[in-house]
Write a protein that binds this ligand. Sequence first.
Ligand code: SF4
Length: 181
Amino acid sequence: MALLKFATVWLSGCSGCHMSFLDLDEWLIDLASQVDFVYSPFADIKEYPEGVDLVLVEGAVNNSDNWDFIHKVRERSKILVSFGDCAVTGNVTALRNPWGSPETILQKSYIETADIHPQIPQEPGIVPTFLNRVMPVHAVVNVDVYLPGCPPDANRIRAAIEPLLRGEEPHLEGRNLIKFG
Ligand code: SF4
């Protein structure tokens, strides 16, 4: 029987959700025996493949690269899990939204508060451009499962993934499993 194709994706987040994924410890060995790990920041795979069965998406949609990538991920994936508070609500990544336009935050970060060589990084084709506002993943593409937490702890991640591996819908209920922050 073909193994389920499993992926994890990192948009604009701090990678803390992926660090929490590593906290699954020895259960990762069980997981590895049940899935074909086809794409992840943990692996040096350049292209997000077609036909992914299950993907965890960390981070919010913040820039042009995130925008293009999440559309590709959605097109090529069956079940998309919004993984962590930045993906679910925007969370920390969206803290720039109240400042208004991206130009305002770039000016403050790279010009007004710079000690040496004030300059805004820009290189077309290399440095992605900010979107006007940071958005949670579901504001851009359809999401199948929401997994909140900053980060979701390992038990919560496992509670979401295990049913999905069996082809069942996860029931994340109660403060331990649906807690934000
Ligand atoms: S939800 Fe928290 S841990 Fe996850 S990427 Fe965002 S800030 Fe980092």
